[in-house]
Design a protein around this ligand. Structure first.
Ligand code: ZN
Length: 122
């Protein structure tokens, strides 16, 4: 992947990162409220104590999923920095542009991803 493309996908990833972290903050704030967050200091330790509030739990699940996506995006940004972005981590072939345009944080090409999913690795 050339530098111009890497830059373009870097921008997409940065935008995605901002969107995800804003979304997570909003979910946390609406689900927990400031006081709870200050008291526990940790979203996940609070979630583990259990709650019968279904809505709150759902919101926390969403926040957890978004956090995972956020770390995938952060990993992809690291790969842009060290020049390995756009290369499948499994077979080391270039990941097709079209796939990156849909999913800029992709770590694997489609073949490897579906194989790894079948094997239960992903
Ligand atoms: Zn591959």
């Amino acid at each position: 992947m050339n530098k111009r493309d890497a830059k373009k996908f870097g921008k997409l990833l940065l935008a995605e990162r901002d969107k995800l972290s804003n979304g997570i903050r909003r979910i946390e704030e609406s689900a927990l409220g400031e006081s709870v967050r200050e008291a526990t200091g940790d979203l996940y330790s609070y979630a583990e104590t259990g709650t019968d509030n279904f809505e709150r739990e759902t919101a926390l699940n969403i926040a957890t999923g978004e956090s995972e996506r956020l770390s995938e995006v952060a990993e992809a940004l690291k790969r842009i920095e060290n020049g390995t972005y756009g290369t499948c981590e499994e077979c080391e072939c270039p990941i097709p542009r079209q796939r990156l345009e849909v999913f800029p944080a992709a770590r694997y090409c489609i073949e490897c991803k579906s194989r790894l999913e079948k094997e239960g690795v992903l």
